[in-house]
Design a protein around this ligand. Structure first.
Ligand SMILES: Cc1ncc(COP(=O)(O)O)c(C=O)c1O
Length: 508
């Protein structure tokens, strides 16, 4: 049987088709920000196939893949400003096409010779950006050293960080019983602990709940310290949580501080939390999935002061660094620490090999690191930092506009590219948001958010800004193409929708 997969690299038709697809994606106005299509229409399209094996490549593209793509949100549009996913530089689809044509698997050098080394190279670069210590070339490629572990996303990066923290604490020399060999409960018991906890703030990403469940401490093993009105973890609250763990003989596996809370963009006091963790001998992890990108900004980098004291840092390249989905990393201060999670096997990832799969929660992985390498080589840290500065300035500008418009109320003060606000129905404008009208304002937020078509903003429920909960709009500004005009248009659309809702409420 003649195999097309034996054709020399790259299989050009594959490249061409991907290029055709990427042309649609690259053109920001090729698709609307969101379509009015219903789940029904999408399901009908899926069910319209005559069954498996009935389409040739062209009809698959025309009748299935491109129509499905057209039902998608246009995350590259300047008016899509609701989530941390989206606006890629124009060259990314071509880079992704190359990745797919090569299909390298960075789990082992036998399936990825050069990209394996590229991962080590980029991990070392990230390490020096965050920990400010240059790494000698021979150390970068030394298999016994791990400066960072790339993962598919921030969740897996956080999970890897907690895995490292757990094994460092519970495989130590205090006992021959090892967590990695004998399990969590035996390792805790042999060290005199009655349980284990992870501490984060009430704005911590929900991935921490998943991780607490996966590692066997359960969601109740995750302590969520309250935050102040600015969204920062309460330091007295953190101290009290640590003391309570000590009193109950619970091991604290890690304190997880946020650099860019998902819902509000707030940044914890990394300096003070780091000092506290050092004093208490606790693994200090910074979830900088979103905010880590500020490290590239000359004007806002100082907001991350103290991050250099972290033991591990999560960074998502597919968020504020604008890479395609599927690329995050945990950056590890001590390059020897990842030995605590090392695994080997007989057919690959042999002990002492340079295979990246030895120290990774994931097995087979694409060489998505090229996306970040492309960003760094093509745009460079300076341009990336300028983009971030631009988005933060735009966020502050939007905050100002909201403050001056009576139809809205700003909630909190934005630290970075995330902003929260609510729509105020006419009769609430003289009092603003109160506990009495919060349910009504929340209902307006939900309805306006669902009905807005020319732009997309997300929403969340916040409970730290007052002594009651309220649903708020959540704007995330990442796209350098987004400007004040697009934001004004969005606010105008929200005011119009609000007025229509008010009128229909009156009529009913
Ligand atoms: C602070 C933070 N941590 C972790 C994550 C999880 O990242 P991912 O969705 O890539 O798994 C997110 C996602 O928004 C996040 O904002």
């Amino acid at each position: 049987m003649k195999s097309e997969s034996l054709a020399p690299f790259p299989a050009t038709h594959l490249g061409n088709e991907l290029r055709a697809l990427s042309a649609a994606i690259e053109s920001p106005h090729a698709r609307p920000v969101r379509t009015a299509s219903t789940a029904h229409e999408i399901e009908d399209l899926l069910e319209a196939s005559n069954g498996p094996g009935t389409m040739d490549f062209e009809s698959y593209m025309e009748r299935r893949l491109l129509p499905l793509t057209n039902f998608e949100f246009n995350l590259n549009d300047a008016r899509y400003i609701g989530h941390m996913t989206g606006p890629m530089p124009h060259y990314m689809p071509s880079i992704a096409a190359n990745n797919i044509a090569v299909n390298a698997n960075v789990v082992k050098v036998e399936t990825s010779n050069s990209f394996t080394r590229l991962e080590r190279h980029v991990a070392a670069q990230l390490h020096s950006y965050f920990f400010q210590a240059p790494i000698p070339k021979q150390a970068v490629y030394d298999p016994s050293k791990t400066y960072g572990i790339f993962t598919v996303g921030g969740t897996a990066a956080n999970e890897t960080a907690i895995w490292l923290a757990k094994n460092t604490l519970l495989d130590d020399a205090r006992s021959d019983v090892k967590c990695s060999l004998d399990g969590l409960s035996a390792a805790l018991q042999s060290r005199g602990y009655k349980g284990a906890r992870i501490i984060t703030s009430s704005l911590g990403h929900y991935s921490m709940s998943k991780i607490a469940d996966i590692i066997g401490i359960g969601e109740r093993g995750l302590i969520q310290v309250s935050v102040d009105a600015s969204g920062q973890m309460s330091l007295p609250g953190l101290e009290a949580a640590i003391s309570e763990c000590r009193r109950q003989q619970h091991a604290v596996l890690a304190v997880v501080a946020l650099a860019g809370a998902t819902e509000t963009g707030s940044i914890d006091d990394l300096k003070s939390i780091g000092t506290l963790c050092a004093r208490e001998g606790i693994h200090f992890h910074v979830d900088a999935a979103f905010g880590g990108a500020l490290r590239f900004s000359a004007n806002h980098g100082q907001l991350l002061d103290g991050i250099e004291n972290a033991a591990t840092i999560t960074l998502c390249a597919h968020k504020a660094l604008r890479c395609p989905l599927g690329l995050s990393a945990v950056i590890i201060r001590d390059p020897a620490q990842a030995a605590t999670i090392e695994k080997s096997s007989r057919y690959i990832i042999r002990s002492g090999s340079a295979d990246l799969g030895r120290r990774s929660a994931e097995g087979s992985r694409p060489a998505n690191v090229v996306y970040l390498d492309a960003r760094l080589q093509i745009d460079g840290p300076k341009k990336i930092g300028e983009e971030i500065d631009y988005s933060i300035a735009l966020t502050k500008n939007l905050a100002q506009t909201i403050v001056t418009r009576p139809e809205f109320q700003l909630i909190g003060t934005p630290t970075m590219q995330v902003l929260n606000y609510v729509y105020l129905p006419s009769h609430c404008r003289h009092t603003g948001l109160t506990s009495e009208n919060s349910a009504e304002i929340s209902a307006f937020t939900r309805k306006i958010q669902e009905s807005l078509m020319r732009s997309f903003v997300s929403r969340t429920t916040l409970s730290h800004v007052a002594d009651f909960s309220v649903d708020v709009f959540r704007v995330v500004l990442l796209n350098p193409e987004t400007g004040p005009a697009a934001l004004d248009e969005m606010l105008d659309d929200q005011v119009n929708l609000g007025a229509i809702l008010e009128a229909s409420n009156h009529a009913n």
